[in-house]
Design a protein around this ligand. Structure first.
Ligand code: ATP
Length: 909
């Protein structure tokens, strides 16, 4: 099929050319054939940067420059072995970095892809929801606001269709679409009758035929530019980079100083160069970048297991310091399992029995008496609910499920309880047109054939009531509308936590076949109210409490009625010390900026909030220094999601537009998963701090040793190559397990982390300094003692290193949860020691490598080490003894060094 100029053809010509049909779509058989021919509708991923370049990029670190240069100078001086080892270690480091980066990126990218986009398509005359990968050219696709355009489409019909094509054209304003043919030479950005894959429907509806899929689409052809690369950089990693750069200058200065002092005092300059290199190498925590990447990647993985998919990596960190979570009500805090329990028609209240979407149950008069027969007024209200409806009920086994909006499912179930049938009503009154529900205007309307043609409307009470001129009595006879009585009934239903919808109707003009907002602006007949229960999710109640004890405020932002929202908030404990403080969208709209900020801070419930007000609330909270997580599902929530520190969209419900804007997706749409993600975010940060607390004292000890020995013009207790071994090989094997540390028992009993808190808090610095001094005494002491007693300098260095590693193992335990667990066991706080297999594996590997390091001839040659006798090994273990009380003390309750939280602190908190 040579591609014709689709935008220049009339819609019918396009359909002919693609051998398809606008009302029935393709047949299953045609779909299968075309799928075979064109393949899946997906972009083939192309690596943006070739692997070799990404590998080379690993060398783009200041430290590695130093090492490479040091290697060249060593080679120039004829120390070929030294040069080769330095280069070898840098290459190993780059390989580790490359592999880790690739794995982490791959994992994050595949998680984001796991959430599939579905598309509404016409096939064999039926409307189906299919994964968009299954589309083929010729498929007829239905677009609604909030959808992502799944393939390149030639539009056939549109209703106020607006599409955001910024991803393709860079044009930030949505473009209005129209199906009319255009001149052949119309530029891409102005082809109003085409909708391009990857763009987002921001308003209205449309129907289009697929003209290109996968890499044949416009996006596919420029996929190079569109490819979304998963960046592994976050504010924290950037802080690390900055930190190591500052460190580099300090170290270079110190190294130059050492070199100058030594050379000035007549020391051999080759020796002083070795000291300067050793100093530079020792001070930089080479293992840190690898640990940061692994820790973040593990955090992302753990969040995914708990139903939170991270789309943008910085969210992992922001989650750890979130101070406010603004959550939708329906579906996130509540089950979204609606059942109508109360009806109000013509001044009469009715109750409804039954549960779920099952049509079993009956309508009773409020005092519990069964209804002798269905009054006409009540029938009209139920008919409106059933016809002004896009959902369907389905029976699976004994269960009834809703396909579509649960609110609408509930309206179908109650009408069925009264003996009405959706199919029967639709056959008698076919739908001619509809205005679908949108949060912005809070109603839905449909136009039906019959005599007379009738418009049915359902929606928020306030919105409908003001458009109603009269009402009906229980028998369906017109009566004047008693607004006050209706309001009282609404309050009564809402106070029980019921979600209340109003139903209304209006006779259409005899030949009316389309519906407009203007048609329902006035003169509606109020039919009645339907109140449905939507129970809170039990796990969300627990999660709200967990967030509150973690110092995070929970605020409910909902489109629902204020009394309903208040009742649900009360039941879920969403309140401040002053109780449930609620504001409505109308109240917020009347406030000036300072008042709005005050309300945003003080309120726990915001009801009947328009999506645009969500953005204002986020901004107001952020202006008070809050770190805000915000959920959203509609098209118009996108700006608020982008503005929030953590924008959260729903993976099950919700629109593509919201998902694209979000930092995180909930695969189960559940508030409890937000709390879980916060917990994991905090764990990530804690584990990073553990890694820093573990790594830096070794750098500290090594550099103190080298600096002091060099300035005192004594033999270096540790050589640059040996430092490299310690900082790269030994550090990575022992630190990576810290990234896998389970969450701390008390992680949700602390206040949120101050995002401005420096990486190295005074407490952490003190700890690092003290352990550094311990390490210095250990290396220096052991080296000087062995050297003076044996005169064997290689042996002295080897023993100094082995004792450092032995002490390091104890210190690792003290930093990790295992140490804490041992401590609790010893003190009788807990009855068993928590196993930590990865940590123990790390220690085991480190031990084996250390044995090779001194006992294997090749290592002796490469690293200038000496084999140890068993007595010497035992001696190396002695210095770890003082580390034991230090380590345990570090986990003691009142120790200033503690990193983790213990059960005691939890109960005190
Ligand atoms: P949340 O924002 O917490 O999810 P919500 O679902 O109540 O709460 P919206 O979906 O914006 O918020 O609904 C706002 C109001 O619009 C509802 O209170 C209801 O009165 C009305 N409404 C909701 N769904 C429909 C629908 N399918 N048809 C007509 N009106 C609806």
């Amino acid at each position: 099929m040579s591609a014709p100029v689709y935008h220049a053809l009339a819609a019918t010509a396009v359909l002919d050319h693609l051998q398809t049909d606008a009302t029935n779509g393709l047949t299953a058989e045609a779909v299968a054939r075309r799928y075979e021919q064109y393949g899946a509708n997906e972009l083939t991923q192309q690596a943006v940067t070739p692997a070799w370049l990404r590998f080379l990029r690993q060398f783009h670190q200041p430290l590695l420059y130093i090492l490479l240069v040091a290697g060249f100078i060593k080679a120039g001086l004829g120390s070929w072995v030294n040069a080769a080892v330095i280069w070898g270690v840098t290459v190993i480091n780059a390989i580790i970095g490359y592999v880790q980066e690739a794995q982490a990126e791959g994992a994050i990218a595949s998680l984001a892809k796991a959430v599939t986009t579905t598309t509404t398509v016409l096939r064999d005359g039926q409307t189906l929801h299919i994964p968009s990968q299954e589309l083929v050219p010729g498929d007829v696709v239905l677009l609604h606001s909030g959808d992502k355009v799944p393939a390149d489409l030639r539009l056939l019909t549109v209703r106020n269709l607006q599409v955001d094509e910024s991803a393709l054209t860079g044009e930030s304003l949505p473009v209005s679409k129209s199906p009319d043919p255009l001149p052949p030479d119309t530029p891409l950005a102005e082809r109003r009758n085409l909708a391009y894959a990857g763009s987002l429907v921001t308003f209205g509806q449309g129907k289009g035929v697929v003209i290109a899929t996968g890499s044949a689409t416009e996006v596919g052809q420029i996929s190079q530019a569109m490819h979304q690369r998963t960046h592994l950089s976050t504010p924290l990693t950037r802080k690390f980079t900055q930190f190591s750069q500052t460190l580099l200058y300090v170290i270079l200065g110190l190294a130059a100083f050492t070199f100058a002092v030594g050379a000035g005092r007549g020391k051999d300059w080759v020796e002083m160069f070795e000291a300067a290199v050793a100093l530079a190498v020792s001070a930089i925590p080479e293992g840190l970048p690898a640990v940061v990447t692994v820790t973040l990647a593990i955090g992302v993985h753990r969040m995914a297991q708990r139903h939170a998919i991270i789309r943008k990596l910085p969210a992992v960190e922001a989650l750890g310091s979130a101070t406010v979570i603004c959550s939708d009500k329906t579906g996130t805090l509540t089950e979204n399992q609606m059942t109508v329990q109360a009806l109000y028609v013509g001044g009469q209240m009715y109750s409804v029995t039954g549960s779920g979407y099952s049509p079993k149950g009956e309508i009773r008069i409020a005092d519990g008496e069964p209804l002798p027969e269905l009054p006409l007024g009540l029938r009209a209200c139920l008919v409106a609910g059933m016809l002004c409806n896009d959902a369907q009920l389905r029976q699976t086994g004994t269960d009834w499920e809703v396909a579509g909006d649960p609110t609408e499912g509930a309206l179908l179930a109650v009408a069925e309880k009264a003996g009405l049938s959706q199919a029967g009503l639709l056959a008698a009154h076919p739908r001619l047109d509809a205005i679908p529900f949108e949060s912005d205007y809070q109603y839905m309307a449909t136009l039906h054939d019959g005599s007379p043609r009738m418009i049915y409307v359902k929606g928020a009470v306030e919105v409908l009531l003001s458009r109603c001129a009269e009402a009906v009595d229980p028998q369906g006879e017109p009566i004047p509308l008693d607004q006050r009585a209706v309001q009282t009934a609404v309050e009564q239903m809402a106070a029980q936590g019921l979600r209340v919808l109003a139903c209304a109707q209006k006779a259409a003009t005899p030949h009316q076949h389309s519906l407009d907002h203007e048609d329902i602006a006035r003169d509606l007949v109020f039919l009645g109210l339907q109140g449905m229960i939507d129970p809170p999710r039990p796990e969300a109640i627990v999660a709200v409490r967990a967030c509150q004890s973690a110092g995070i405020q929970v605020k409910m932002i909902t489109g629902d009625h204020v009394t309903t929202a208040r009742a649900i908030a009360q039941r879920m404990g969403i309140q401040t010390e002053a109780g449930v403080v609620a504001f409505t969208g109308a109240e917020l709209a009347a406030m000036d900026a300072p008042q709005l900020t005050q309300a945003a801070v003080a309120g726990s419930v915001f009801a009947r909030v328009a999506p645009a007000q969500k953005l204002q609330l986020v901004e107001a909270l952020q202006s008070q220094g809050e770190i805000v997580a915000m959920t959203g599902d509609g098209v118009n929530d996108a700006p608020a999601l982008k503005q929030a520190d953590i924008g959260i969209a729903m993976g099950k419900g919700g629109t593509e537009v919201a998902r694209e804007a979000a930092d995180m997706l909930l695969t189960d749409d559940n508030f409890a998963s937000i709390a879980a993600a916060v917990e994991e975010g905090r764990t990530v940060y804690q584990n990073l701090r553990k890694a820093i607390a573990f790594l830096l004292p070794v750098n500290g000890g090594e550099s103190m040793t080298i600096l002091i020995s060099a300035l005192l013009l004594r033999d270096l207790p540790i050589l640059s190559l040996q430092v490299l071994w310690l900082n790269m090989i030994n550090s990575i094997t022992m630190t990576v397990p810290l990234a896998f540390e389970p969450k701390d028992a008390g992680v949700m009993n602390q206040p949120p982390r101050d995002p401005n808190e420096p990486l190295l808090t005074p407490k952490l610095l003190r700890r690092i300094l003290l352990v550094s001094i311990f390490n210095w005494i250990l290396i220096f002491g052991m080296f000087e003692w062995v050297k003076s007693t044996t005169g064997n300098i290689n042996l002295a260095r080897t023993m100094a290193i082995q004792s450092l590693v032995a002490a390091r193992i104890i210190y690792l335990l003290s930093v990790s949860q295992m140490g804490l667990s041992i401590w609790h066991y010893l003190r009788g706080v807990s009855r068993k020691i928590m196993p930590a297999p990865i940590l123990l594996l790390g220690i085991l590997v480190a031990c084996i490598l250390q044995i090779l390091f001194s006992q294997w001839g090749v290592m002796n040659f490469l690293f200038a080490t000496a084999p140890l006798s068993w007595q010497e090994w035992l001696i190396c273990l002695i210095p770890m003894l003082p580390m034991i009380p230090t380590a345990l003390g570090a986990n003691g309750l009142d120790s200033p060094f503690r990193l983790t939280y213990s059960p005691q602190q939890k109960s005190r908190a």
